[in-house]
Design a protein around this ligand. Sequence first.
Ligand code: 4AD
Ligand code: MG
Length: 471
Amino acid sequence: MENRSCSAGWRQSRPRIRALLAAEQSPGHVAVEGWVRTVRHGKGVAFLAVNDGSCLASLQIVVDTAGPAGRALERVGTGACVRAAGRLIVSPGSGQRWELVADELVVLGPVDAAYPLQKKRHGPEFLREIAHLRPRTNLFGAVFRVRSKLAFAVHRFFQERGFLYVHTPIITANDCEGAGEMFRVTTLDPLRPPGDGTQIAWRDDFFGEKTGLTVSGQLEGELFAMAFADIYTFGPTFRAENSNTSRHAAEFWMIEPEMAFADLAADCALAEEFFRFLIQAVLAECPEELGFFEQHVAPGLIARLEAVAAAAFARMSYTEAVGALQRSGREFSFPVQWGGDLQSEHERFLSEQVVGGPLFVTDYPAELKAFYMRLNDDGRTVAAMDLLVPRVGEIIGGSQREERLEVLERRMRACGVDPAGLDWYLDTRRWGSCPHAGFGLGFERFLMYVTGVENIRDVIPFPRTPGNARF
Ligand code: 4AD
Ligand code: MG
């Protein structure tokens, strides 16, 4: 198979369709490569819509059936990979500014009738079954272009503000959130593990202790904040919680900044600035994709994002939030009571009905939160914050950290965390401890928020959820 695109000079023979469609004037004769979305036959002519993933729109390729390019047409169907060369001309038809009149058409990868993406529109459930092919659809093309742009915007935000990017480990011996939801990492023989038959001898395992996939890079991030002051992590995170919801994934990406010399108010301020920055980035850089989501996924999306980019976020203590929920007179499936965890229905009610936008809820009861959060002077709440947004609920979780050694050790024991196992973490409180704070933003939850897509499985290229890790 002829394959000119593999020549030296990687962009020589392949301008992207995005650039061609935005051209001010015709570059003349060009060659494009991409996947056929539709084939339409007219009198003596065929129209191919070819998409190369660079943008939502496809390029119309006009092929004279009797001409030299016409010979390949019988092998061109929906889904085929083609290269077409010809002149880019102003399209006489409506619906596109440019079209390519082909004098050469090569089928790089043919298809047959079994190709599953024949229809113009498929439901997300069906597309989830073919997650390996769904990037070739309009919806997933738009989602993953937004995901890529936003990943870069995350780095831009922190790099422009002098934060250090740190790669925290993926394999770890500590369960940061203390929730026991770690995937195990081991090289032991599951049928014959070392030990006395009642207990596994983890010291004989690869790392000499019990290890798993990280649930958060925070603890290591804190160590770096106590050397570089302002840091962030952005990496994969794993949770073996068996909650089959539309908002939970077993593998997701989290952004975790950590700032030395910062309290809870500074933490909320950073989260708000960061959130707004990302929304402005998607509004500025992905107008085509947002237009698609607005039309096909979530009407009103763009106005909602613009309003959030302009508004100040509300703040409310947990105690006030419980009061607001109780006063609402609303029947919740989980009754509300001081000391109880806020459920998704409560979180959504607060942001959607009580404030009508993003809302920080702060100062939760200590028993509800992880050991590392700073104990408030009242002795029963901690300096925690969750950012709640309409439709998604909790999107950010963060806190000021407990910097006092004795208080931290007491909180660990109260939470059932053995201080001896985290002696390295406690060392920062022994030597040169300082007030510090940070948070975690779930990248997929954020993508759900800005695209309007309702299931987390549809904003992850290859989602991992209970019972699902095939592709
Ligand atoms: O609230 P979480 O558990 O907080 C932490 O992990 C802290 N260590 C963060 C920090 O302070 N550095 O998780 C933070 C965010 C949540 O608000 C949510 O957006 C997302 O991570 N998240 C998930 N996203 C998808 N699937 C899951 N199973 C998630 N669990 C948490
Ligand atoms: Mg949380």
